[in-house]
Design a protein around this ligand. Structure first.
Ligand code: RB5
Length: 148
C-alpha cells in the first residue's frame, strides 16, 4: 500500500520505529520531520494530506504528541477522514465504518507495541460500504456547515 507518513518533533521517534518495522514492505513516503527540533504539526499534516489528495498515497499516518492536533489539522481538508486512535478496536472500526484514510497517533500516549498493533489493525481492516457509505458521503456535504 502507498502510505504517506509524517510526524512533528513529538512523534518523530515513533514514526521511525513504524517505518523501520511494521510499515516495511509498504510503499512509504516519509514527509518528515526528521529531528526533534520543534515543528508545527499543521505543516506536517498538510504535507501528508497533499500526497493523498494528489493520489500519490492511498493512506496517511500522522503522529504528534497526542494525535489530536494532527487529526484537527488533516480533517479540515475535503476527502480526508482522520481518526485519532488509542486502541486497535477503534482503529479497525475507523476503517470498517468511517473509511478513515488518515490514522493519527499520539507518541506521548502510546507505547511502541500498542502503536504497532493499532497500525496493523488499521491497515488490514476494510471499509464495509453500504449504509456506512451513505453516512461517510454526508461528511463531505459542504452545506451541512450552514446549520444555525
Ligand atoms: C507538541 O508539543 C504537541 O503540542 C503536539 O505534538 C501535539 O500533541 C498537538 O496536538
Amino acid at each position: 500500500m502507498r502510505i504517506a507518513i509524517g510526524a512533528d518533533h513529538a512523534g518523530v521517534l515513533l514514526k521511525q520505529h513504524l517505518v523501520d518495522g511494521i510499515l516495511r514492505g509498504h510503499d512509504v513516503t516519509d514527509v518528515g520531520a526528521n529531528s526533534t527540533e520543534p515543528v508545527d504539526y499543521p505543516d506536517i499534516a498538510r504535507a501528508v494530506v497533499k500526497r493523498i489528495r494528489r493520489g500519490e498515497a492511498e493512506r496517511g499516518i500522522l503522529i504528534c504528541g497526542t494525535g489530536i492536533g494532527m487529526a484537527m489539522a488533516a480533517g479540515k481538508f475535503p476527502g480526508i477522514r482522520a481518526a485519532t486512535c488509542t486502541d486497535s478496536f477503534s482503529a479497525e472500526m475507523s476503517r470498517r465504518h468511517n473509511d478513515a484514510n488518515v490514522l493519527c497517533l499520539g507518541a506521548r500516549v502510546l507505547g511502541t507495541g500498542l502503536a504497532e498493533h493499532i497500525v496493523g489493525a488499521w491497515l488490514e481492516a476494510l471499509f464495509e460500504g453500504g449504509r456506512h457509505a451513505t453516512r461517510v458521503g454526508k461528511l463531505e456535504d459542504r452545506t451541512s456547515g450552514e446549520i444555525r
